[in-house]
Design a protein around this ligand. Structure first.
Ligand SMILES: Cc1cc2nc3c(=O)[nH]c(=O)nc-3n(C[C@H](O)[C@H](O)[C@H](O)COP(=O)(O)OP(=O)(O)OC[C@H]3O[C@@H](n4cnc5c(N)ncnc54)[C@H](O)[C@@H]3O)c2cc1C
Length: 380
C-alpha cells in the first residue's frame, strides 16, 4: 500500500483527499489494462475514465468556467501512474491536447471540451517537428492565409495520440514576426482532408505515437486559437499548467517502485534473514523514500502556487519536473537492483517502470532544458 500521508499536507483541501480516495478505489478495480493493443486500450481507458467522471479536471467546464485545478491534475496522474502507465497517459493527453482551448479557446471551440471531458473524444498536442523539438521556436510548419481560411503544410512528429485523436491542437508558423513571435495555434479536427498519419512510432514503453503529415490542410480562420502570432506564448502557458503533472506521473511510478521494493525486501530471504535486514538495502530504501518525499514537495508546491492564482510558475514547475523525473529514474533503478534477476525480467512490474520512466526526462522539455529555465529564472 503506497504511502498516502502526504495527503494531509496543507497543500490540499478535503475535496482533493476525497478525489484521491475515489480514484484509488476505481484504479484498484479497473487497472492495469492489457497493453497488447495500445490504440484500443487508450480509447477504452478514455471512455471508461470519462464515464466515471475522472476526466472532468482535464479541461474547463463550459457550464461553470474556472481555472484548471493543477493539484487535482497532479493527484490524478500520480495515482493513475502508480497503477498503470497507459492509464496515466490516456488521462494526461486529454488535458495537454485541449489545454490551449481551455485557456484561450472561443465558446465555439470550447464545445469540444464537453466531449473530451466525458471521454467521447480524444485529443492531441502537435508542437514538435523533426527539426525542432527542444528548439521549438524554429518550427517549419506553415499556416498560410487564403481568403477566409488558413492552409497548413508541413510535418509534426512524436505526437502522442497521433492516429487515434479526434482533434489536434497544432502550432504553425503564420509569419507575423521571425522566430517565436510568428507562430499561431489552430484547432484541427482529425478528419480534416490532408491530415495523414505518415508513420507510427514505436518506443520502449509503447503508447499511440505518430509522425503526422499536413498536406495543404485547409481550416477556417475561426480555427485559430487565440490571436495571430500568440502560438508560442499559448504553448508555453499550456506547458506551465501541465509540466508539474509530468513530475506527478514520475512520482506515481517511483511510489510504485518503492512499494514493490518493500514487498520484495520483506519477503525475500537472503543469508537466513529478510533482504530488508541488510543495511545496504536499508540505505537504498531510505534514499528512495527521501527522493519521493522531496519530489512530492516540489510538485505540490508548484501545483498549489498555480492554484493560488500565480500567473506563471515557470521556475516551480521546471524544478518539480526536473527533480521528480530524474529522481524517479534513480528510485526505479534501485528497485530493479533490489529485485535481482527478476527486476530485468520482461513483464515484471519494475522492468516496465524502468521503461516507462525514461521518456518523461525528454518530453515537455528535456531535463537539460529545465536546468536552463531554472538558471535563467534564478538569475532574474
Ligand atoms: C514518448 C514521447 C512522447 C512525445 N509526445 C509529444 C506530443 O504529444 N506532442 C509534441 O509536440 N511532442 C511530443 N514529444 C516530443 C518531445 O517534446 C521532444 O522529443 C523533446 O522536446 C526533445 O526534442 P527532440 O527529440 O527533437 O530532441 P532535441 O531537441 O534534438 O534534443 C536532444 C537533446 O539535447 C539536449 N538539449 C536540448 N536543448 C538543450 C539545451 N538548451 N541545453 C542543453 N541541452 C539541451 C537534451 O538532452 C535533449 O534531450 C514526445 C516525445 C517522446 C519521446
Amino acid at each position: 500500500m503506497a504511502d498516502r500521508s502526504f495527503l494531509d499536507w496543507p497543500f490540499f483541501e478535503q475535496r482533493h483527499r476525497d478525489w484521491a480516495d475515489r480514484l484509488d478505489a476505481w484504479c484498484a478495480k479497473n487497472l492495469p489494462v492489457d497493453h497488447s493493443d495500445v490504440d484500443a486500450a487508450c480509447r477504452d481507458l478514455v471512455a471508461r475514465l470519462g464515464e466515471a467522471g475522472f476526466l472532468k479536471p482535464t479541461a474547463v467546464d463550459t457550464a461553470n468556467p474556472g481555472p484548471l485545478d493543477v493539484r487535482t491534475l497532479c493527484l490524478t496522474r500520480e495515482t493513475l501512474a502508480r497503477h498503470d502507465g497507459l492509464a496515466d497517459f490516456a488521462f494526461a493527453m486529454q488535458g495537454l491536447g485541449t489545454g490551449a482551448i481551455s485557456l484561450f479557446g472561443t465558446p465555439e471551440q470550447q464545445q469540444w471540451l464537453d466531449r473530451t471531458r466525458a471521454g467521447k473524444a480524444l485529443s492531441a498536442f502537435a508542437l514538435s517537428e523533426p527539426r525542432s523539438g527542444s528548439d521549438v521556436a524554429n518550427m517549419d510548419m506553415a499556416a498560410t492565409r487564403d481568403g477566409g481560411d488558413y492552409v497548413l503544410s508541413g510535418e509534426k512528429t512524436w505526437i502522442s495520440n497521433g492516429g487515434i485523436a479526434d482533434l489536434y491542437t497544432v502550432f504553425a508558423r503564420t509569419g507575423e514576426a521571425p522566430g517565436a513571435r510568428g507562430i499561431s495555434a489552430f484547432l484541427v479536427p482529425a478528419d480534416t482532408p490532408g491530415l495523414e498519419v505518415a508513420e507510427r512510432l514505436d518506443v520502449i514503453a509503447p503508447h499511440p505515437l505518430a509522425r503526422l503529415a499536413f498536406n495543404d490542410v485547409r481550416v477556417p480562420a475561426s480555427a485559430m486559437i487565440g490571436k495571430p502570432g500568440d502560438g508560442f506564448k499559448i504553448a508555453m502557458s499550456v506547458l506551465d499548467v501541465f509540466r508539474s503533472t509530468v513530475g506527478a506521473a514520475a512520482l506515481g511510478f517511483a511510489r510504485r517502485a518503492l512499494d514493490e521494493t518493500l514487498d520484495r525486501a520483506g519477503s525475500r530471504e537472503l543469508f537466513g534473514a529478510p533482504l530488508f535486514d541488510l543495511q545496504m538495502v536499508q540505505g537504498h530504501i531510505a534514499e528512495m523514500a527521501l527522493d519521493i518525499d522531496a519530489a512530492a514537495l516540489l510538485i505540490y508546491r508548484a501545483a498549489w502556487t498555480k492554484d493560488m492564482g500565480a500567473p506563471r510558475v515557470t521556475r516551480e514547475a521546471a524544478m518539480a519536473k526536473l527533480f521528480a523525473t530524474d529522481r524517479a529514474q534513480e528510485v526505479i533503478d534501485k528497485a530493479v537492483q533490489i529485485h535481482g534477476g527478476d527486476g530485468v525480467r520482461r513483464g515484471h512490474i519494475v522492468e516496465s517502470l524502468y521503461r516507462e520512466i525514461r521518456a518523461l526526462r525528454i518530453y515537455e522539455g528535456a531535463s537539460d532544458v529545465q536546468k536552463v529555465v531554472i538558471a535563467r529564472q534564478t538569475v532574474k
